[in-house]
Write a protein that binds this ligand. Structure first.
Ligand code: ADP
Ligand code: MG
Length: 591
C-alpha cells in the first residue's frame, strides 16, 4: 500500500523552484521584478560566472521591515495581495509569494534591507537575523545556485550562454521600464548602464540602445487609446523587418508577455507590406484596467488572459494597421537604405517632413495609348490641373518627394526635395500605387473594367479553365471577365480599367494559375490581396521605359497620396532619401 504523507516545506519550495527557476536569468527576473514592485528607481545587478556563482540585485526601493524579513522568505507570503478580489486586479509584477522561498531552497540566499525610517539595515541568511550596513533599499545575494540540485546544475550551459540569457532579460526589463536606471556587471566588468529615460525621445534612444540603431531609425510612433485601452510604443517600418521574430516586445501593464491573439493582430496589420516569413520589430505597451486581464495563468507569468480578447485583438489591429497605412512615401523620411549610406543621421534631420500634399501641382497627360502608365496619368489628367513644371511653382514648401530631375538606368527616378536627393524605384513604387488603387476600388465595389477591343483567346490548363468558371463572380468583382471557351481555353473580354494596356493574356494566365493552385487550399479572402498584387504587377510601368519629367512628377505625387506607398507589397522600400548631410559626408565636406 502506498503511504500518503505531506511533503516537507523545503521540498515544496524546491518543487515550486523547478517550475519557475529554470536558470540564473529566472532568478534575476524574480529579484528585479520585486525591486520594481518596491518602487525602485535604480537597480544594480552584479553577476559572477554567468550567475552560477553569484547573483546580487540591489535596489533603492521601499525596503522591508526587519520583523518581516523571515516572512519575505516564507512560501506563500506576500505583501501584494490579501484576498481573491486582489487577485482579480493585480497591478504588481509579483503576487504568488513564492519566488524568494523557491530561490532560497535551491541556493544560498541572503536578504539585506533598510527602509528610509530605519537606523540601519538588517540581514537574514540561513534563518539568522543580524544588523548589517546597508543603503536604503534591498539587496539580495544568491550564491551557488542549484548547488544541491545536481539535475538542474547539469542543464546549465556555459557561463557565456547563461550570462547571455541574463543580459537579454535585463534588456527586456529596461525596455519595459524606461524610467528606471539599470546597471549590469559581469565578473567585475560593467556590461550595461542604462540611464533613466523620461521624454519620448529619450525612450526611443533607449530602445535604440537595446534593439540597435536600425530599429530606432526605422520605426513609427504608436499612440492610440479607445474603449479604456491605451497603446503606446514603436513599431518597425516594414522595410526594417527581420528574418526572426526576435524583436517583438509586447507589454501588458508593464509586464512582458507573449500572446497569440496579439501576435495575430500584428501579423494582420502588416499582412500587406511584408513577405511571408518576415517579422516586424516592435516595442509596445498596452495599458488597461487590471481587472480586464488575468495574470494568474502562467507560473512565470509570461502569458496573460484578456477578459475580452476580441476587443484587444481588434484594438491592436486597428492601431497598427492605421500606422502602417500612413507609411506614405514622403510622409516620413524612410530607411537610408542605399548601400554605403550611413544611417546614423542626427535625429532632427529624420523628423517628419511636413505633409504638404501637392495635388495642386500639375500633371502631364501622356497620350500614348496602350501604355500601362497612361492609365495612371489618364486618371490624374481627368482631375485636370494645367501642367506646371517646378520652375513656375510659386514659393512655398515643395512636396515631400520633391521634383523629378532625371531617370537613372531606366529604373530609378532621381528627384530633389527640401532635404536633398530622393531616389525612387519606379517599378516598385508604381506597382504599390496601382495595388492600393485596385484595393480601394475593390473595397468600394467599384473596380471599373473595360472591354478589350479584340477579345483574347488564351490557352490554359484544364484546372485553370475550371478555376475561371468556378471563380467567375470573384474575378468579375476584380474587373476581369474570363469566359471558359473550351476545356483548355478561356477568352478574356474585360480587364480592369486601371490596368489598361497590360498584356491581357499574361495577366489572365497568372491570375488563373494562382487561383488554380491556391484557391482550394486557402481561404479566398487570404488570396484576394495576392491576386491584386499579381494584377498590379502587370499594370505597372516596366523598367527601362523612358518617362518624361511630368510623368515622373505625377508618380511622385501619386506616391505621396497613397497609403503604404513607402514600401512595395513585399516590404522593400520604394524610395530613399539622401540628405544633404549624407551627401556632404560622401564628400567629407564639413559644415
Ligand atoms: P511576491 O513578489 O510574489 O510577493 P516574493 O517571494 O518574490 O513574492 O517576495 C515576497 C515578499 O517579499 C514580497 O511580497 C515583498 O513584500 C517582499 N520583497 C521581496 N523583494 C523585495 C524588494 N526588493 N524590496 C522590497 N520588498 C521585497
Ligand atoms: Mg516576487
Amino acid at each position: 500500500m502506498p503511504i500518503i504523507r505531506p511533503l516537507p516545506p523545503e521540498l515544496i519550495n524546491q518543487i515550486a523552484a523547478g517550475e519557475v527557476i529554470e536558470r540564473p536569468a529566472s532568478v534575476v527576473k524574480e529579484l528585479a521584478e520585486n525591486s520594481l514592485d518596491a518602487g525602485a528607481q535604480r537597480i544594480d545587478i552584479e553577476i559572477e560566472q554567468g550567475g552560477m556563482r553569484l547573483i546580487r540585485v540591489r535596489d533603492d526601493g521601499g525596503g522591508i521591515a526587519a520583523e518581516e524579513l523571515p516572512l519575505a522568505l516564507a512560501a506563500h507570503a506576500t505583501s501584494k495581495i490579501a484576498s481573491f478580489d486582489d487577485l482579480t486586479r493585480v497591478a504588481s509584477m509579483g503576487f504568488r509569494g513564492e519566488a524568494l522561498a523557491s530561490i532560497a531552497s535551491v541556493s544560498r540566499l541572503s536578504l539585506t534591507s533598510r527602509r528610509a525610517s530605519d537606523a540601519h539595515g538588517m540581514q537574514i541568511e540561513g534563518g539568522a537575523l543580524r544588523p548589517a550596513a546597508s543603503p536604503i533599499g534591498t539587496t539580495i545575494e544568491v550564491r551557488d545556485l542549484f548547488h544541491a540540485v545536481p539535475a538542474r546544475r547539469k542543464f546549465l550551459r556555459a557561463e557565456r550562454t547563461e550570462f547571455g540569457h541574463i543580459d537579454e532579460l535585463v534588456r527586456s526589463l529596461a525596455l519595459a521600464r524606461p524610467g528606471v536606471e539599470f546597471r549590469l556587471i559581469h565578473n567585475g566588468k560593467p556590461v550595461r548602464l542604462l540611464k533613466p529615460a523620461a521624454s519620448g525621445g529619450e525612450q526611443l534612444q533607449r530602445a535604440g540602445e537595446l534593439l540597435g540603431a536600425t530599429f530606432a531609425e526605422h520605426c513609427l510612433r504608436i499612440e492610440h487609446a479607445a474603449a479604456g485601452l491605451s497603446l503606446t510604443g514603436w513599431i518597425g517600418l516594414p522595410t526594417a523587418s527581420r528574418a526572426q521574430a526576435d524583436q517583438q516586445y509586447f507589454h501588458v501593464n508593464g509586464r512582458l508577455v507573449r500572446d497569440k491573439s496579439v501576435a495575430h493582430a500584428v501579423r494582420q496589420a502588416y499582412a500587406d507590406v511584408l513577405y511571408h516569413g518576415r517579422h516586424p520589430a516592435f516595442v509596445l505597451f498596452l495599458e488597461l484596467d487590471p481587472t480586464a486581464v488575468d495574470v494568474n495563468v502562467h507560473p512565470a507569468k509570461r502569458e496573460v488572459r484578456f477578459r475580452d480578447a476580441r476587443l484587444v485583438h481588434d484594438f491592436m489591429y486597428h492601431a497598427l494597421h492605421d500606422a502602417v497605412a500612413n507609411t506614405r512615401a514622403g510622409a516620413m523620411v524612410p530607411a537610408a537604405y542605399a548601400a554605403g549610406v550611413d544611417p546614423g543621421i542626427a535625429q532632427g534631420e529624420r523628423d517628419i517632413v511636413p505633409q504638404a500634399m501637392s495635388r495642386q501641382f500639375g500633371l502631364g497627360v501622356r497620350e500614348a495609348a496602350g501604355d500601362p502608365y497612361a492609365a495612371l496619368l489618364g486618371e490624374q489628367g481627368a482631375r485636370a490641373a494645367p501642367v506646371r513644371l517646378p520652375d513656375d511653382v510659386e514659393a512655398g514648401a515643395p512636396p515631400p518627394l520633391g521634383y523629378a530631375l532625371a531617370q537613372l538606368a531606366g529604373i530609378y527616378i532621381l528627384a530633389e526635395n527640401s532635404q536633398g536627393l530622393v531616389l525612387v524605384d519606379m517599378h516598385a513604387a508604381h506597382e504599390r500605387v496601382t495595388y492600393e488603387k485596385l484595393k480601394a476600388a475593390r473595397d468600394a465595389n467599384q473596380v471599373r473594367s473595360q472591354h478589350l477591343l479584340v477579345p483574347e483567346v488564351i490557352a490554359v490548363s484544364e484546372r485553370e479553365a475550371a478555376a475561371a468558371e468556378e471563380y467567375a463572380t470573384t474575378l468579375a468583382a476584380y474587373g476581369l471577365e474570363l469566359d471558359r471557351s473550351g476545356p483548355r481555353q478561356v477568352t478574356a473580354r474585360r480587364i480592369p480599367a486601371l490596368l489598361d494596356g497590360a498584356d491581357a493574356s499574361q495577366l489572365a494566365r497568372d491570375v488563373l494559375a494562382e487561383l488554380a493552385e491556391h484557391g482550394n487550399s486557402r481561404r479566398l479572402e487570404e488570396l484576394q490581396n495576392e491576386l491584386l498584387s499579381t494584377m498590379a504587377c502587370h499594370g505597372s510601368v516596366r523598367a527601362h521605359r523612358r518617362l518624361t519629367l511630368p510623368e515622373m512628377n505625377a508618380l511622385l505625387r501619386e506616391m505621396e497620396a497613397t497609403e503604404r506607398s513607402g514600401q512595395c507589397n513585399h516590404g522593400r522600400p520604394t524610395w530613399t532619401q539622401l540628405s544633404i548631410g549624407e551627401l556632404d559626408k560622401l564628400f567629407l565636406r564639413g559644415r
